[in-house]
Design a binder for this molecule. Structure first.
Ligand SMILES: C[S@@+](CC[C@H](N)C(=O)[O-])C[C@H]1O[C@@H](n2cnc3c(N)ncnc32)[C@H](O)[C@@H]1O
Length: 446
C-alpha cells in the first residue's frame, strides 16, 4: 500500500465508524488484507485510526474553526481525511511536509481530487495555528476534557468528582500490554525468567497473581510459550475474576456473556491449577460468530473437554437454553459502555452515544433478573463490567438488591479499588489496570 493509500484507508474506516458501520476491531482486520504485504504500512494505518479516534473530539472542534461551513454528508471521508492529517501534524513524529503531501494525495485515491486544495489549505492553516499557539498557557485538564464528548465528561465528573481528571487522562494513554500466565502450567516467576532469557523486559502485576506487564508491546506469537498454552493477553483487572467467582471442582458454572472467552478460559485454568475440573462450564454468547473465538482460545490453551459447552443464545431468555438444572456459579460479565477501557478501544469515544448508557443499563438489569432464577440456593453470581459509570455498576446492583429478596451482597474486601454503594470499582490509572467493576451476590436459601 502506498503512503497516500494508508491515509485514504484510514479516512474511509473513520467515516464508517462515524456512520456506526463497525468498530476498529471489525474494520481494521478487513483493511489488513489490503496491507498484508507490508507490516509497516499496517502499523501506520493502526496508528492513524487509533490516534485520530483518541483525539477525535478535540480535532473535530479545531477543524470546525478552520473551515467556513461543514462538508456535505457525502464527503464525510474528506472530513475524516482532514482529521487524519491534523492528527499526523499534532501527534506523530513525521516531517510536516510529508504528512501534508501524502494526505493531499489521498484525495485522489478517494476519487475526490477536487478536495486537494481544500485539504492542503486547511492543513497549512492548522500548521500555522499550532506554531503560533502558546502551549505552556493551556491547562492540561481542559485539553484532556476536550478529547471526549461533552455528555461523557459530564457523566464521569458527576459520578467521580474527585477522580474524574485521572479517569479522563488515563483514557488518553497508550495501554500497557498485560499478560496472563497460565498458573496451571507455569509459575509467574518461572515465566518472568523465560521472558528475561528472551530479552523481554517485564514486571509482575500487583493485584492479580497471574499478571505481568510488558515494558513494550509485541506480537503475541513472539511470546515464549504462547502456542504451548503458557500465556494469554488480558488486562490485569479482569484477571481478578476467578478469585472473586471462587468456583470449585465439580460445580456447574455458567459464563453468561462469554465471547471471546478470556474469562471462561481463566476460570478453567484456575480450576486446573488446583487439580479440579467443573461438572459443567456452559459458555453462552448472543453473537454466534463470536463463539469461534472462544473455541480457538479453548483449543490453544488445551482446555476443551466434554464438560465445556458453547452455545449461541440470549442469556436473558433462559427458556430458550436452560435445562432447569441450577448453576452453582454464574459469571455475568455484562455488555456495557466500556468506558473503563477507552485507552484500549479509543473508537468508543466516537461510537458511544449518550443514550447508549440507559439502553445498556436496561439490558444489564434484564440479564441480572433473568439469570437469577438459574442460580442454585447458596450459589454465587459475579457481576462485572468494564465501565466506570455508576448506572451500570453500583446503582445497577443496589437496585437489583432492593428488588430481589433472596439476593445478598458479599462485600469484596480488597486492597485495590474503591468500595462503592455495592461492589467494588477499579478506576483506570495511566499504566495500571483498566477500569472495571465487580459485585459478588449470593442467593440465600429461602
Ligand atoms: C464484555 S463482553 C464479554 C467478554 C468475555 N466475558 C471475555 O472475558 O472474553 C460482553 C459479551 O456479551 C455478549 N452479549 C450481549 N448481550 C447478550 C445477551 N443478551 N446474551 C448473551 N450474550 C450477550 C456480547 O456479544 C459480548 O460478547
Amino acid at each position: 500500500m502506498k503512503p497516500a493509500k494508508v491515509r485514504a484507508t484510514a479516512a474511509q474506516i473513520l467515516a464508517r465508524l462515524l456512520r456506526q458501520q463497525g468498530s476498529l476491531a471489525s474494520l481494521l482486520p478487513r483493511a489488513s488484507d489490503v496491507a498484508a504485504q507490508d507490516q509497516n504500512q499496517m502499523s501506520l494505518l493502526r496508528e492513524l485510526c487509533f490516534g485520530t479516534c483518541r483525539w477525535y473530539h478535540k480535532l473535530n472542534l479545531e477543524l470546525s474553526s478552520l473551515i467556513d461551513k461543514p462538508l456535505k454528508n457525502k464527503d464525510l471521508d474528506i472530513h475524516c481525511l482532514l482529521l487524519v492529517g491534523m492528527y499526523q501534524l499534532e501527534h506523530m513524529r513525521l516531517a510536516d511536509h510529508a504528512a501534508v503531501s501524502e494526505t493531499v494525495n489521498a484525495t485522489v485515491i478517494l476519487k475526490k481530487g477536487w478536495a486537494k486544495s481544500l485539504v492542503n489549505g486547511v492543513l497549512r492553516q492548522y500548521q500555522r495555528k499550532r506554531a503560533s499557539t502558546d502551549h505552556g498557557n493551556i491547562d492540561p485538564t481542559v485539553t484532556t476534557a476536550l478529547t471526549y464528548a461533552d455528555w461523557l465528561v459530564d457523566a464521569i465528573r458527576t459520578d467521580w468528582p474527585q477522580q474524574s481528571d485521572q479517569i479522563l487522562s488515563a483514557g488518553n494513554q497508550h495501554p500497557p500490554m498485560t499478560l496472563r500466565v497460565n498458573l496451571a502450567r507455569v509459575s509467574r516467576a518461572a515465566y518472568l525468567d523465560q521472558l528475561a532469557i528472551e530479552g523481554i523486559e517485564a514486571t509482575p502485576g500487583n493485584l492479580a497473581e497471574s499478571a505481568i506487564y510488558l515494558t513494550q508491546g509485541r506480537a503475541v506469537n513472539t511470546l515464549p510459550g504462547f502456542s504451548d498454552a503458557l500465556v494469554s493477553v488480558q488486562d490485569e483487572a479482569s484477571q481478578l475474576i476467578p478469585g472473586l467467582l471462587a468456583a470449585g471442582g465439580g460445580q456447574r458454572i455458567l459464563d453468561a456473556c462469554a465471547a471471546p472467552g478470556g474469562k471462561t478460559c481463566h476460570v478453567l485454568e484456575t480450576l486446573a491449577r488446583h487439580g479440579d475440573a467443573p461438572h459443567t462450564m456452559l459458555a453462552l454468547d448472543i453473537e454466534a460468530r463470536r463463539l469461534g473465538r472462544i473455541e480457538e482460545n479453548l483449543q490453544r490453551l488445551m482446555l476443551a473437554s466434554p464438560a465445556v459447552h458453547l452455545q449461541a443464545a440470549d442469556s436473558s431468555e433462559p427458556a430458550s437454553w436452560w435445562d432447569a438444572t441450577p448453576f452453582d456459579r454464574i459469571l455475568l460479565d455484562a455488555p456495557c459502555s466500556a468506558t473503563g477501557i477507552i485507552r484500549r478501544q479509543p473508537d468508543i469515544k466516537v461510537l458511544r452515544q449518550a443514550d447508549d448508557v440507559s439502553r445498556l443499563a436496561a439490558l444489564q438489569h434484564k440479564l441480572l433478573a433473568s439469570l437469577w432464577p438459574c442460580l442454585a440456593p447458596g450459589g454465587m453470581m459475579l457481576y462485572s463490567t468494564c465501565s466506570v459509570l455508576r448506572d451500570e455498576n453500583d446503582r445497577q446492583i443496589m437496585r437489583f438488591l432492593e428488588e430481589t429478596a433472596d439476593a445478598e451482597e458479599i462485600p469484596i474486601n480488597a486492597g485495590w479499588g474503591v468500595s462503592t454503594g455495592a461492589g467494588r470499582q477499579l478506576l483506570p490509572t495511566d499504566q495500571g489496570p483498566d477500569g472495571f467493576y465487580f459485585a459478588v451476590l449470593r442467593k440465600n436459601p429461602s
